[in-house]
Design a protein around this ligand. Structure first.
Ligand SMILES: [Zn+2]
Length: 71
């Protein structure tokens, strides 16, 4: 399991990027992190984020979750 957070601020494409909190060197600053929870894979974290915030577009960080990064 890994702990995931999402950047409170979207990127230039309007996408909200999720990160592994303890494995990424490209995290947003702490005040811009929204805690998602603990998941066994970034796919599960993305699934839950999309279900919770169904009006937002999510992607995973290309550094800490490259297997689910789509852009
Ligand atoms: Zn990351």
């Amino acid at each position: 399991m890994a702990r995931y957070i999402v950047n409170k601020n979207p990127d230039d494409n309007g996408t909200y990027v999720i990160h592994k909190k303890h494995e990424c060197n490209h995290l947003p600053s702490p005040e811009n992190q929204i805690k998602l929870g603990d998941y066994s894979s970034p796919a599960n974290a993305l699934f839950d984020a999309r279900r919770t915030y169904d009006d937002k577009v999510f992607d995973s960080c290309k550094y800490c979750c490259p297997e689910c990064h789509t852009e």
